[in-house]
Write a new protein. Structure first.
Length: 134
């Protein structure tokens, strides 16, 4: 890890999650609650006795889980991974999830979260009050 990466994510041992592991954590977030990608990384690190969970893999695998969930929905499955409950740091919505920001906002508003613009981005207002403890 170079110095720029170490400054951003920290130093120590790195746990590389399996895509299924990220998906399983995302599935455990109940309706009305939220989690951040960094919280998922912390959970992965803890599960593997590492200092940190890989930020790149965790982000990619959360997007894969979101796309797979929408494929399942299209096939008629009623219970899918609630990917919209997984936020970026600072409560920011992930524009890379299926349907982009508008679809994620719709899901979050349906669960009574308040989504607000923040510059060119969108965030869940007071998201910290809704964070889940896994």
């Amino acid at each position: 890890m170079n110095e720029k990466q170490a400054k951003r994510w920290g130093k120590g041992t790195l746990a590389i999650p399996a895509p299924k592991e990220v998906d399983e954590i995302m599935k455990r977030v109940p309706k009305g609650k939220l989690i951040t990608i960094n919280m998922i990384r912390e959970k992965i690190a803890k599960n593997h006795n590492a200092t940190m969970g890989c930020p790149i893999c965790t982000g990619i695998f959360s997007c894969i889980a979101a796309r797979a969930a929408e494929e399942e929905r299209a096939e008629g499955k009623k219970t899918i991974t609630p990917y919209w409950r997984t936020l970026k740091s600072g409560g920011e919505l992930n524009e890379k999830y299926p349907g982009g920001i508008n679809a994620v906002k719709k899901h979050l508003k349906a669960e009574r979260h308040r989504v607000m613009p923040k510059g060119k981005k969108f965030v869940v207002q007071d998201y910290g009050k809704s964070l889940v403890v896994l």
